[in-house]
Design a protein around this ligand. Structure first.
Ligand SMILES: NC(=O)C1=CN([C@@H]2O[C@H](COP(=O)(O)OP(=O)(O)OC[C@H]3O[C@@H](n4cnc5c(N)ncnc54)[C@H](OP(=O)(O)O)[C@@H]3O)[C@@H](O)[C@H]2O)C=CC1
Ligand SMILES: N[C@@H](CC=O)C(=O)O
Ligand code: NA
Length: 372
């Protein structure tokens, strides 16, 4: 299959995922430029964080983004101006959103309508209001009309092929009955370390939260993981793809692990500093499960025929596959009419810069194949 000759790439966000993506992009750029028949030239023309931007009026390729971005005193353009800048860039244009920012997500329809394609791990676009979901997919071409393409594999299960699998199940006419499992790399890591199926377990719960943040598993603000909202966002996305019109990630029961007393913390850092005061509560939870010979895990499920979505803690026998997960692994089971009682199961690392960026780079490759 032939790829387009020239593609301009704009990247928003250069944190854990963004940096890993940029290094995967550099390799992809080299590989595609060496194609013996029709080399494709990928050119990074825009890079921004919340306060800084790097770009040139003549769309010159950004070759030394790491040193130049930190030295840059240019501020980012607002979305409408960025769209105007990008629409005149050489060749086809792909915008890569590696932020978790709602305003950036809200502007996807604007970019897509101008024929700019989007690849992203940002869950906010696909899990906020149902009307944003509809405007994004109405604006996207995805084979019809002039809109850009949009892919978001890493918005659920990081690089694991969760979205593509669910789409294929639905598009090939299977009926999804239930989707269940562990959907958070952070929650998986916390409970696997805090209460492993064998041995005495790691340190205090709050110390494990700090480790998960340092390992790049948590959202920029770890409260977004601990309040269950990150999992609720992922289930909203999956439920919508399975055919349910879920209005928002707060329209179904979601259990939060944020202690009541810390709900008023003004920053993630303040929250992390005070979390050790509540380690006793988590120890009690662990001890109660242990008494029954079980372990606690943070899980979620979508029941399609019942239209039910739920997120929260459950106790599992130590022999259960969910109890036996390791590290930041996710496990996602699709129960469908075609697969019957033995679900299609996807398991593996569900968080971390490199594996998440893999899903984003994979989506970029899918867009390149479609753009031609
Ligand atoms: N980490 C993981 O394992 C996974 C992450 N994801 C998703 O990937 C995305 C990125 O996560 P991660 O890299 O860990 O997050 P980080 O906090 O490490 O990085 C976020 C980046 O986005 C930038 N940013 C924030 N707001 C804006 C804005 N308005 N305009 C431009 N840039 C902005 C930040 O800039 P600044 O530094 O200036 O604030 C920073 O560079 C999130 O949506 C997350 O949910 C998905 C799956 C797994
Ligand atoms: N914070 C999220 C990152 C991936 O979506 C998680 O822990 O799963
Ligand atoms: Na995925």
């Amino acid at each position: 299959m032939s790829l387009p000759r020239q593609v301009s790439i704009a990247v928003i966000g250069a944190g854990g995922v963004g940096k890993a993506f940029l290094s995967q992009l550099a390799k992809l750029t080299t590989n595609l430029s060496r194609s013996p028949s029709t080399p494709t030239h990928l050119s990074l023309i825009w890079l921004s964080t919340s306060k800084k931007a790097l770009y040139h009026a003549d769309y010159k390729t950004l070759n030394n983004w790491e040193s130049e971005l930190s030295a840059s005193s240019t501020t980012p353009l607002p979305p409408a101006e960025l769209a105007e800048y990008l629409v005149k860039a050489p060749g086809k244009v792909v915008l890569v959103d590696n932020t978790s920012n709602q305003d950036v997500a809200d502007s996807y329809p604007l970019f897509l309508k101008k024929g700019i394609s989007i690849v992203t791990p940002n869950k906010k676009a696909f899990s906020s209001t149902f009307s944003l979901w509809t405007s994004i997919f109405d604006a996207a071409g995805n084979g019809k009309g002039n809109g850009g393409y949009v892919f978001h594999e890493s918005s659920v299960g990081a690089g694991l092929p969760v979205i593509s699998t669910l789409k294929e199940l639905v598009e090939t006419g299977d009926e999804v009955v239930k989707i269940e499992g562990v959907f958070s790399g952070t929650m998986s890591f916390l409970f696997n370390s805090f209460q492993p199926t064998s041995g005495s377990g790691g340190g205090k719960f709050s110390a494990e939260v700090k480790k998960a943040k340092d390992l790049g598993y948590t959202e920029p603000d770890p409260r977004d993981d601990l309040n269950g909202l990150d999992v609720a966002r992922k289930l909203t996305i999956l439920a919508r793809l399975a055919g349910l019109e879920v209005e928002s990630p707060t329209s179904f029961p979601v259990q939060s692990l944020i202690p009541k007393e810390l709900e008023s913390c003004t920053s993630g850092d303040d929250f992390l500093a005070r979390l050790p005061e509540f380690d006793g509560q988590m120890d009690e939870l662990k001890a109660a499960a242990e008494k029954e010979g079980k372990v606690v895990r943070f899980v979620g499920s979508v029941n399609v025929p019942k239209g039910e979505v739920k997120v929260g803690l459950e106790k599992f026998d130590k022999s259960h596959p969910i109890a036996a997960l390791k590290g930041s692994d996710n496990i996602i089971a699709f129960y469908t009419k075609r697969y019957g009682d033995n679900p299609l199961i996807i398991q593996g690392a569900g968080a971390g810069g490199e594996v998440t960026a893999m899903g984003v780079t994979g989506d970029l490759i899918k867009v390149l194949r479609l753009l031609q």
